[in-house]
Design a protein around this ligand. Structure first.
Ligand code: DGL
Length: 263
């Protein structure tokens, strides 16, 4: 069981920001990543479709035999976490709970949350913050254009700067800002420049990877690192997908993309 891989999934390649952090803090673990590049974005779709697509991703990874699953996607975590837990025989870590727990510990009073329309409209961040700490003020904004900009690798582009200025008008100097979409960390520089240097930007990858490490160690599921493998599956692939995936890994992609067909 300990030698089985960790399954990580996202609507596209944004979840690679989480995979990268997991590989960094759990170098002895094998990984299977699945990105639904044929159907990205999920964040502008409704609950029924997001749930159906996500269940297909879980079924695929469960068939590959994984010891645990990580939803490297805020949209899926916000929309259908309980539905996925219902069909999964292995534990599932989401990106939202560990991120909110981390932010609550950092004793802030006002926090910004930016994400896809599905994540922001779900109200999940407001609900979770209210559960942990009623005093924290949460200001949210949907930024639907950020996902195609990230998937296109337009990380230092004038168009990205203009769109960021438009979305983040009310976030100047906000004390903390959660990048509540796993695609957004690649746009980190533009976002930081737009909100100003005083804002602490929170990338869910770190708290999520830490929550996974805690779960594996508490359940005695850590691997010893012998003969580990990395597999990166996508549901559609072009030359550009591979280039952007490499960009998400700071040009050190630890494997190659393989195209798969979901049942
Ligand atoms: N990476 C996904 C997230 O964290 C969003 C991408 C999409 O819209 O499919 O929300």
């Amino acid at each position: 069981m300990n030698k089985l891989p960790i399954g990580i999934f996202d609507s596209g390649i944004g979840g690679l920001t989480v995979a990268k952090e997991i590989i960094r803090i759990l170098p002895n673990e094998s990984i299977i990543y699945l990105g639904d590049t044929a159907r990205v974005p999920y964040g502008t779709r409704g609950k029924e479709v997001i749930t159906k697509f996500s269940q297909e991703l879980v079924n695929f990874l469960v068939q590959q035999r994984v010891k645990t699953l990580v939803i490297a996607c805020n949209t899926i975590s916000a929309t259908c976490l309980s539905e996925l837990r219902n069909i999964s025989p292995v534990p599932i870590i989401d990106v939202i709970t560990p991120t909110v727990e981390y932010a609550v510990l950092s004793s802030i009073t006002k926090i910004g949350v930016i994400g896809t329309p599905a994540t922001i409209n779900s109200g999940v961040y407001e609900k979770l913050f209210a559960k942990f700490d009623k005093k924290i003020k949460v200001k949210t904004q949907a930024c639907p254009m950020f996902v195609p900009l990230a998937e296109e690798g337009l990380i230092n582009d004038k168009a990205t700067e203009l769109i960021a200025k438009n979305y983040l008008l009310g976030f100047k100097n906000i004390p903390s800002l959660i990048l509540a979409c796993t695609h957004y960390p690649i746009l980190h520089k533009v976002i930081q420049k737009t909100v100003g240097p005083k804002t602490q930007i929170i990338d869910p990858a770190k708290p999520t990877a830490k929550a996974l490490k805690d779960l594996l160690s508490q359940s005695n599921l850590l691997n010893d690192g012998k003969s580990i493998t990395y597999k990166f599956y996508v549901t559609d692939e072009t030359k550009r997908t591979a280039e952007i995936a490499n960009l998400f890994f700071d040009n050190k992609f630890p494997g190659k993309l393989e195209k798969v067909v979901l049942d």
